[in-house]
Design a protein around this ligand. Sequence first.
Ligand SMILES: Cc1cc2nc3c(=O)[nH]c(=O)nc-3n(C[C@H](O)[C@H](O)[C@H](O)COP(=O)(O)OP(=O)(O)OC[C@H]3O[C@@H](n4cnc5c(N)ncnc54)[C@H](O)[C@@H]3O)c2cc1C
Ligand code: FES
Ligand code: FES
Length: 501
Amino acid sequence: MRQHIRFYVGDTLHHLSDLPPDLTLLDWLREQQGRTGTKEGCNEGDCGACTVLVGRLEQGRVVWCAVNACIQLVWMLDGAQLLTVEDLRGANGQLHPVQQAMVDEHGSQCGFCTPGFVMSMVALSTQVDLAALEGTLDEERIINEALAGNLCRCTGYAPIVRAMKKAATYCASNGEPIRARMQEFITRLHHLQDGATVELRSPAGRVTLPASTDALAAAYAQDPAAVMVAGGTDVGLWITKRLRQLPHIIAVRSVQELHQIETRPDGALWIGAAVTYTQAMPFLVSHLPAAADALRRIGSTQVRNAATVCGNIGNGSPIGDGPPIFIAAGAELHLRCAQERRVIPLEAFFLAYGKQDIRPGEFIEGVCIPPQAPGSVWGVYKVSKRFDQDISAVLGAFRLVMAEDGTIQEACLAYGGMAGIPCRAKKAEAALLGQKRTQATLRAAQAAVKEDFTPLSDMRASAWYRTTVAANLLARLFDPDARHAPSGAPTLQNWQELAHG
Ligand SMILES: Cc1cc2nc3c(=O)[nH]c(=O)nc-3n(C[C@H](O)[C@H](O)[C@H](O)COP(=O)(O)OP(=O)(O)OC[C@H]3O[C@@H](n4cnc5c(N)ncnc54)[C@H](O)[C@@H]3O)c2cc1C
Ligand code: FES
Ligand code: FES
């Protein structure tokens, strides 16, 4: 057992032992390391001002991810390489191609957001060969893959997008300095991987980073009052916004076995508890293609780089985007308490608002999504105020299985945002079963879905809006042209008909 963590910041190796469990990476960088280039804006993962770059060894290579330092905890860095904006300048002071392009394209006015933007853009430059993309890097890709998690209040985004394109040109001429050091980073990180369980103790509490699922199960069985933390994109906010103290944290992502993601011989998709949305995305998109647009809109690149699929389930939120999608797909949840394991349908996990079917000391090992029947008809629609980086007001995930004669023989209509838990619209499902996909069937299902739920009014949407949208999303499912459109917005015609009829 190791009693300290070790990681690189720039070229300096840090060993830390006396570490409060809830110390955020942002506070550590700014207050203890004097790295004030990383800014604090919202302190809740929304603005991107605190974006830093974390490199981890994955299958023999270093994978770089932009993350929000304000909701990362310092112990999460064990075994990693951190780069902040201070690390970008070359040995003789030259700017990184992204920085040079930001200067040349006037991508900064007050400058507060700039280090965060630069780090997000550098993250993209480490992940793809920018030089090879010179002249073809389009705006949509730049926004989706680099900028959606960063806010700027004064420059405007056009010069920043232009700077990203120009950075590709600079990389084509001079190379990308972080990619150029890949072998050096691999070697240094390789020396940090010893496969040991880590236990950190300080007067403020302790953190356990188990090296195996058995070690995790034993630690949690011994102290069921401990808080499990995977990506920390929910738990981070308990610390920064609710000022909660967490005397014992048990980490999920230190367990290599829980990083497993695979398509099994029977076609089922297994996602271990430590797998992030970024890692799961290619598998999920190929397994559930209709969910691609909604999944891509979970948080931002920085959030998806840290957030796990199973944390999205474990938090029990009624407005999490993953759970309704996985319920519609018939997913099963794998739970473990000490040596005992059980498997339940995902929908049975959510009992009531804030209450899940999970016992003290029990945790999620993974989620399994079965293969989808050929001929299934899917629709997944996320409705939120902003396209990116916004929690859903309503999310509808629908799966129909059609018989050969065109009748609906199976219907699963799962919603988020309509009740205290993600759940199915059972009356609307009953209205569909055995029917053909006609306007009359649609009207019956729309009437039934209004009886299924009594949603709340809150800052995201009124109860009337939620009920109306829930019914309108069924119209999208029935409209073969609209079914795969990317936006979750209902059509104006449906809106007017339902509002007046
Ligand atoms: C800026 C921002 C934007 C966001 N946008 C979205 C969005 O668009 N859609 C959306 O759905 N969510 C969104 N979220 C919420 C969050 O990112 C997701 O819920 C995420 O998937 C949580 O995963 P995590 O690994 O970070 O969980 P953590 O914060 O580590 O944990 C969340 C909860 O799950 C528990 N937990 C974690 N792992 C396990 C386990 N293996 N077994 C049992 N319990 C466990 C923890 O104890 C905790 O209660 C957003 C969050 C932020 C900060
Ligand atoms: S300070 Fe806004 S995302 Fe971290
Ligand atoms: S330059 Fe001022 S907030 Fe972006």
